[in-house]
Design a protein around this ligand. Sequence first.
Ligand code: NAD
Ligand code: ZN
Length: 358
Amino acid sequence: MQLMTTYKEDNYPIIIQHNALTELNQFLTNYRDVVFIIDKNVEHAHPNKLNQALSSIVPEQITHVIRIEGSEQSKSFEVYQSVLEQLLEKGITRNTCIVAIGGGVTGDFSGFVAATLLRGVDFIQVPTTILAHDSSVGGKVGINTPQGKNLVGAFYRPSAVIYDLDFLTSLPYTEITSGYAEVYKHALLNGQAALNDIELNFPDRSSLAALHHLDDFLLKGIETKLNIVVADEHEQGKRKFLNLGHTFGHAIEYHEKIAHGHAVMIGILYQFIVSNLLLHTNYDIQHFKDYFKQLDYPLEVVLNADFEPLLELMLKDKKNDKNGIQMVLLSSIGNPVVHHVDNDVLAEAFTQLQNIIK
Ligand code: NAD
Ligand code: ZN
């Protein structure tokens, strides 16, 4: 299956299928140097896949392989500097393509290296996690600083995304749930029918662990994200909707050191409570809580936290202005709005969240 972005120019293909790596060679023919940046865990789980990728190279081309740790620490200035220096040391030219093989960490990091090396070389994303159906599309790349996540980066489109679904079979269940939160978020942005479909298809832990028909939902998720980012690449308007669940999510992720998607799912639950308080919607909070619990999301971390530090983190989030917290809420399923939320509503929603999780 192949999608094409629909920007005015510089479009790129997104190929989503099993064994999609066989498509890689057609995108590499014109480069002098090809740099593979690969997550060590991915190489360990799929040694044959790196060989398959390397076999896309013709003898005249120069190949480089850089291995990085598959953890958030790789998105740091230290690793960034070291990788840039290694490549410059080898006399790399602008006629280079960087191929990122890994999850969101590898993609964000490699994309930022590509955006800045010699003022920009081409890059290709080969996502290997469920979460990366989200991170590999839309062109946001970057690294972290001690002040926060993703604070240094760029908007930089890849020249192709090659989503080889065979990689997903080795994901541990916690990474499946982390990625599923963004797939579920895309369904919520899409509409009630999409939400019904996804909950019906993944009613419990075993269906999710088995990745039952996951391909269809990844495709729908990518389509939903693409529609938004093509209309608003630089997040001046509707791209903000993709932050659904992320305001509270980022705060609880940082505070409790939990996986991104686990935090986003908790943020989605919180957002439903805020919507009921502020927009007078009538979401069945118990239903969502039971569903997330059923899938084994670590909702109980909310019971360890106090509201004040979370509020401080939410106020610091780069998506907020000085007037307070701007949050994405669902005025109905499929209809996101960006709304200003006062502190007392946030506090009340937090109390309700704790009570329902207890
Ligand atoms: P990740 O890249 O750290 O991968 C999660 C874990 O799974 C790691 O330990 C990794 O080594 C391992 N792994 C990767 N592929 C595997 C496979 N096929 N089999 C077994 N293990 C595998 O994290 P992620 O969840 O993919 O992405 C999170 C990152 O994405 C965060 O840094 C976040 O900021 C970023 N992100 C970026 C965007 C964007 O638009 N650029 C959007 C969402 C998230
Ligand atoms: Zn996210």
